[in-house]
Each structure stands twice: as structure tokens, then as C-alpha cells.
Design a protein around this ligand. Structure first.
Ligand SMILES: Nc1nc2c(ncn2[C@@H]2O[C@H](COP(=O)(O)OP(=O)(O)OP(=O)(O)O)[C@@H](O)[C@H]2O)c(=O)[nH]1
Ligand SMILES: [Mg+2]
Length: 304
């Protein structure tokens, strides 16, 4: 299929696609429903058992009752300290970006904030760091710089009166760094298990990454992310595409994971991954249309 290299349209953040939902703190209820598109509304709740999320949601509700601003919670501060402890052994990148995706009409209210830790895991050279840098800074670099240990970046989005900080942890894919897997997995609200769509071996490796990461974190919301969709669509034969797509669907189903094919270089589905994370974490309804056919940039986030 023809690929667009335009940076934003296929993937730009569009809060109008995320309607409000019952389990979200009122501050996160938005006017998303006011859009007039025909996308289907889908309740993506499957995280009622996640203790980290429950703790966050309870904290917010408590703060609301007390009419006090919510301070950054324990998850946020533990992420920061883990990051600093990893810098001595890794090529560590740290950045913080703040993006307002919704303008509050009640500017006077004190801001609340929550932090969501996200782990990026998978084989070497599949595009983990590229995806993180693209999402946080909007940049893409063709050159490969191996991650020696763990990278860490943050990005804050604001929905109404609530700041949500994605704290993204990216583990170097070389096996020698597997001892740092707990740093990336522990307390993560979501884990992105990633593979290169043009290298089937990297998909097979997901089994082992998943087994090991689950050993440290049984509640994180799982995602299966196929990278380099641009090369996949342009260079691979239809039969090869079909086989990889089938296999990825099979794995995602077994993992009970959302499945997304993305291209960092062509800005395909990058923003949407994090939008789905947000919707799953806070039980938001999401109106992105799913894409399920071979040859499409797959986007499957409803229950299998
Ligand atoms: N064509 C294409 N190349 C990509 C894409 N994403 C990443 N790459 C390239 O793939 C190479 C590896 O990317 P990285 O992001 O460094 O891979 P990584 O998974 O972080 O690798 P490790 O740090 O070794 O674990 C780089 O040369 C990137 O430019 C993509 O969407 N399309
Ligand atoms: Mg890397």
C-alpha cells in the first residue's frame, strides 16, 4: 500500500476520538463525545485488577473529596529514582515534554497529576528507542545507536485539569542487558512487547521476553507492537506479509494484548499506541477504527 510520509495527519493526537467513561475521575471526563465522526465506541476496560491503577484512581478520588491537588504519586517518584540508578550503567537519555491536548475551561482549579510507567521490550535494532524518541520529541534518526542498558524519557499530556506523565523505559535489546529487565518491568502499567515486522525471528523472541517480563509484573497491560511497517509494506511479498500478520495475531491473542503495526519513520500509529495505553489504563472509551486486514497498519485493541 502507498505510504504517506507526512508527519502528523495519520497519527496526530485527536482527543475528540476518546469519549468519557464511567470509571474515570471526573477531571478526566472530557467533551470527547462532542465529535461527529462515525467511529464506533468501544469500552476497553480490562484493568480492574491492576493494583497500581486502582491505587492511582483511589488517590485521585480521595484528593477530590478533600478538594486538594493530587501530588505526584509513588509510582512517579519510584520511576525517577530507578532512572537515576540506571544511568551509571547505561547510555541514558532523559527528556521531558509537556503537551496540552485539552484546554481546561476552569483554569482556576488546582492541577492533578498521575504518572504512567511504560516499558519497551524486545530484540536489538527493532526500533524501541526510535519509537520512544519519536513520541516524546517528534524526532526520527536513521542512524542506529545501540542502547547500552536502559533509556528513560517522560512526556506529559494534559487532559482538562489532569496532567498525565508517561514515564517510558526502554531496555537495550542485547541479551546482556536482560538483568535490567526488572528496572523496566516493575511497576509498569503497560509493557510494549516489540518486534521488527521484517524479521520473523524477532517476533518469535517475544515469547521469551513475555515470559520473563511477566515474571516481574503480572498486571501490566500488554501490547504487541510490530515496527518498521514502512519496510514491511514496501519490501515484503504478500504471502510473507500474510504469514507475519497471522502469527502476530496469534501471539497477541495468546498474550491478551492489543496489536499495533507502526512505522516510526513514517509516523504511522505512533501516537495511537499511547492513546490506546491511556484508554486502557483509565478505562476510557476509544473510537479509533480498528484495522485488521493483512497489508493494513494493524490496529486491534478490543478484546480478542
Ligand atoms: N525503516 C524504518 N527504520 C526504522 C524504524 N524504526 C527504527 N528504525 C531504524 O532501525 C534501527 C534501530 O532502531 P533503534 O530504535 O535504535 O532500535 P532498538 O530496538 O532501540 O535497538 P537496541 O537499542 O539495540 O535494543 C535504526 O537505524 C532506526 O533508524 C521504522 O519505523 N522504519
Ligand atoms: Mg535502543
Amino acid at each position: 500500500m502507498p505510504l504517506s510520509s507526512s508527519p502528523s495527519p495519520p497519527d496526530s493526537p485527536s482527543p475528540a476520538n476518546i469519549p468519557s467513561s464511567a470509571n474515570l475521575p471526573p477531571q478526566l471526563h472530557t467533551d470527547y463525545n462532542n465529535n461527529n465522526n462515525n467511529n464506533t465506541n468501544t469500552n476497553t476496560n480490562n484493568n480492574n485488577n491492576n493494583p497500581i491503577l486502582l491505587q492511582q484512581q483511589q488517590q485521585i478520588l480521595l484528593q477530590q473529596q478533600q478538594q486538594q491537588p493530587l501530588q505526584n504519586n509513588a509510582l512517579s517518584s519510584s520511576a525517577s529514582s530507578s532512572a537515576s540508578s540506571s544511568t551509571s550503567t547505561s547510555t541514558s537519555t532523559s527528556a521531558s515534554t509537556s503537551t496540552s491536548i485539552f484546554t481546561s475551561q476552569q483554569q482556576q482549579q488546582p492541577k492533578q497529576s498521575v504518572s504512567l510507567k511504560i516499558g519497551l521490550i524486545g530484540d536489538a535494532q527493532i526500533g524501541k528507542t526510535s519509537l520512544m524518541v519519536k513520541y516524546v520529541e517528534g524526532d526520527y534518526d536513521e542512524d542506529y545507536i545501540q542502547t547500552l542498558g536502559v533509556n528513560f524519557m517522560e512526556k506529559t499530556v494534559t487532559i482538562r485539569n489532569t496532567e498525565i506523565t508517561f514515564s517510558i523505559w526502554d531496555l537495550g535489546g542485547q541479551r546482556e542487558f536482560v538483568n535490567m529487565l526488572p528496572l523496566v518491568s516493575n511497576e509498569a502499567v503497560a509493557i510494549l512487547f516489540m518486534f521488527d515486522l521484517t524479521r520473523k525471528s524477532t517476533l518469535n523472541s517475544v515469547k521469551e521476553w513475555y515470559r520473563q517480563a511477566r515474571g516481574f509484573n503480572k498486571t501490566a497491560i500488554p501490547f504487541l507492537i510490530g515496527t518498521k511497517f514502512d519496510l514491511f509494506a514496501e519490501n515484503m511479498l504478500p504471502d510473507e506479509q500474510d504469514e507475519i500478520t497471522r502469527q502476530a495475531k496469534k501471539f497477541a491473542k495468546a498474550m491478551k494484548a492489543s496489536l499495533v503495526f507502526c512505522s516510526t519513520s513514517h509516523s504511522i500509529n505512533v501516537q495511537k499506541i499511547f492513546k490506546i495505553v491511556l484508554s486502557k489504563a483509565f478505562d476510557l472509551k476509544l473510537t479509533l477504527p480498528e484495522l485488521t486486514e493483512t497489508g493494513e497498519p494493524i490496529l486491534i485493541y478490543q478484546q480478542w
